[in-house]
Design a protein. Structure first.
Length: 385
């Protein structure tokens, strides 16, 4: 675990997941408590995520100025500070904490992806994605439900305190890797990118553009799942703790990642992505219809839709990772990871407009429609992948 490779990178991803998962379902419930309606939750997420998207472009500048390892460390400190701010329960502090959390996530995503592209080559990438998702599955299975339980039954500061401890552990392991004999996280072979010069170059390449669109659509569904499934549970009378359990159950399906990875290797990337989009869209649409008159029936259906999204977690980044040119890895990765921030900006904005006119189930209808569109565009993924 101290050598550069799939295991050490997967473990870093796991520790990052622990930091975020324990409070993932608590944050929307805390915002809902402070504001009182789903539309307000959407507006807060829209504003914070928009600022987070700008922060995403700040990260490469930090990499150029202070190095990759110090930028990653700064992301861990931002996550630690966010956990402490969440304890205050004020709307201003909560919003600032959400922004710091988004900044920390951007630091983790950009820096770790650059290290992965430096050390993991070719078809090894197909094996890394299931491995790191499997490693993180426990965090995302236990974290959301445990966080809501602690928040409602033990004390509102407890899940945030655990998140803070996980951030410290993440930072400690990261620097342990630097001290190891193999020096896994010292040498940065790729140059630090200039983010603003690479946006046009990225979207001028059809395969990279398609890879970004697939990743964005998948990430937007997960953003909806984490925010609006807990809100649906509260609004539908199922309760906050059920909302946390639903999110945990959906993430528990990450344990299927190695099995799905085998399907990707046998059937191909395009075959998997297209069918995952279609399955996820159908199940999400059925859940949207049933939650209007049978919330208890809709709940397991929306969890089942997460199977498709896990399949996209395994395969959805591969069109980019397998298409990017070695000479453009650093710059193109910086642009590619903006899908995560964009997926947290656009959906809340769209959902806020929907909720001004229509009830909550139409949020899930919109997500289903995005998956059907994703299936249509994924037909252009090259067969040889």
């Amino acid at each position: 675990m101290g050598a550069p490779g799939a295991t050490s990178f997967a473990l870093l991803f796991t520790l990052e997941s622990l930091t975020r998962a324990i409070i993932a379902s608590v944050i929307p419930l805390q915002v809902l408590t402070l504001i009182g309606n789903p539309k307000g939750v959407s507006l807060v997420y829209f504003v914070v995520s928009g600022l987070g998207l700008m922060a995403n472009f700040l990260v490469p500048l930090l990499v150029r100025a202070i190095s990759r390892r110090f930028t990653y460390s700064l992301g861990a400190l931002a996550s630690l500070t966010a956990a402490l701010l969440f304890m205050g329960e004020g709307l201003g502090g909560t919003a600032l904490a959400m922004l710091l959390r988004a900044f920390g996530t951007a630091c983790f995503a950009i820096c770790l992806n650059l290290y992965i592209l430096d050390y993991i080559k070719g078809r090894e990438l197909n094996r890394l994605e299931p491995l790191r998702l499997f490693f993180a599955a426990a965090a995302w299975t236990v974290g959301p439900a445990l966080g809501v339980f602690l928040w409602t039954r033990v004390g509102h500061v407890v899940p945030f305190a655990i998140s803070a401890c996980c951030a410290v552990l993440l930072l400690s392991y990261f620097w342990f890797l630097r001290a190891s004999d193999d020096r896994a996280i010292v040498k940065a072979r790729s140059p630090a990118p200039n983010p603003f010069l690479n946006v046009g170059r990225f979207f001028a390449q059809p395969r990279l553009r398609l890879g970004w669109l697939i990743a964005f659509t998948r990430s937007a569904w997960w953003a909806m799942f984490f925010v609006y499934v807990p809100v649906f549970a509260v609004e539908g009378g199922l309760g906050a703790e059920v909302g946390g359990l639903l999110v945990s159950a959906g993430n528990g399906l990450l344990f299927l990642a190695p099995l799905i990875g085998r399907v990707v290797e046998r059937k191909g990337v395009r075959w998997t992505i297209v069918r995952a989009f279609l399955l996820g869209g159908c199940l999400t649409l059925v859940a949207a219809v049933t939650m209007t008159f049978a919330p208890a029936v809709a709940a397991p259906i929306v969890v089942a839709a997460a199977v498709a999204s896990v399949a996209l977690d395994v395969s959805g980044n591969l069109p980019f990772l397998r298409s990017v040119r070695p000479s453009q890895r650093a710059g193109m990765t910086t642009v590619f990871v903006t899908y995560r921030d964009a997926s947290e900006v656009a959906p809340p904005g769209v959902f806020a407009l929907i909720l001004m006119m229509l009830p909550l189930p139409f949020v899930f209808v919109a997500s289903a429609a995005s998956y059907f569109a994703g299936a249509w565009f994924a037909r252009h993924v090259p067969r040889r992948m």
